[in-house]
Ligand binder design. Sequence first.
Ligand SMILES: [Zn+2]
Length: 486
Amino acid sequence: MTVGYARPQATQRWIAPVVLLTLLSGACGPGEGPYDLVIAGGRVIDPESGLDGVRDVGIRDGRIAAVAEGRLDGARTIDAEGLVVAPGFVDLHEHGQNEEAYALMVRDGVTSAFELEVGTEDVDAWYAERAGRQMVNHGVSIGHIQVRMDVMGDPSEGLLPSGIGGSGGATPDRLDEIERRIRDGLEQGAVAVGFGSAYTPGANMAEIERMFGVAAEFGASSHIHMRGGLAGLDSTLAAARRQRAPLHIVHINSSAGGAIDSFLAAVEAARDAGQDVTTETYPYGAGMTEIQSALFDDWETWPDARFADHQLVSTGERLTRSTFAEARRDGGTVIIHSRTEAMTQAAVASPLTMIASDGFIEDGRGHPRTSGSFSKVLGRYVREQGLLTLEEAVAKMTLRPARRLESRVPAMSNKGRIRVGADADITVFDAATVIDHSTYEDATLPAGGIPYVIVGGQVVVDGGVVTDARPGRAIRADGARDPRGR
Ligand SMILES: [Zn+2]
């Protein structure tokens, strides 16, 4: 069912007759003429209200102004008959924060992209670099990893430490400096605090817990790529609990590996006990990271066979002991083929997980999750395998990630929803054809079956093609400490 969206069903009409007509028919809001844009006759899914039915959605001034059973008139009308009209997807874990990455993500249905795991060491500068003309809404955390790299003097110029910033222990003075800089970042409006204890083995749990406490003071969630398997999960949960810190475990699929069921059970038990903890997954069996990071510090002890599970991103080649050694010296990113399909399915199907891409792409090279995470869940896991319902999948991509950030960032309460007053961030997809196309060899192949994506009321994907519209806005907290904090 492809319902003719190869050519957008745009209807440009003469404004004056429409105003007259709609005033007479009462089809529009009070005395304001036609809507700027109407998405007509689609199956509207709103996870907050439970709405799942055919409606017209009227958009005015960047917001949803009407959700109606009858027909609405718009300056432009998109015919969505046979298509799903969902809130725009909110991706809490996206390292690719530039035009190249946004152009792929938006065709995967993403309308808001957050870099919350690694984050940045300079919040004001991060937003300033992206001021104006972005395709999608975007936001960042103040990142413990990045701040630590800076304070410790790490030699890496990448996202992750390659030396003392990861492996070194911090003196009391340096700990004070790390804390001061995390506070500064929160005061500058960082959306959250990012952590990667797996990448900073030199940071003991007392250091991590102290920074959880700072995040909690500001009502900010701590997004962590944790270390140490199940025991590491227990100590991370315990540290957050002691600090009453909202906690988000990033990519539980890759942190858990074969222990995914036990990981999910531990998160569920913590939630049942009243702890504010959430988690996410990306729907792929391979991970990706920088080859000079601490994750590979023991590479010299590996058996030969293990190197072939590693694929160099810049060339697509599988590695050997000697080519791994070369790449480790020169730097770059590597894809790690490490998990079974059953592990991915368990993470995607769990009601505990949100979908988040962990995407990154540079000069056309990256991981397919950058351009296919959301379409793969909708196409392969919902439609082909029936692993979860469409409504559940949409909730994992929209309402739940919006809610994760909402207490610190009130603007998020107008995202992830299709209701009057919500921001007009909308993803229109064909449930019968939506699918990922990107591969481990070519991560730039855009998803299919997502003909229209609207950001702030403007059409950024039109008939599957990225337009010139750049309505993306900075999403930022107000920086104040949370009066409900500790
Ligand atoms: Zn990541």
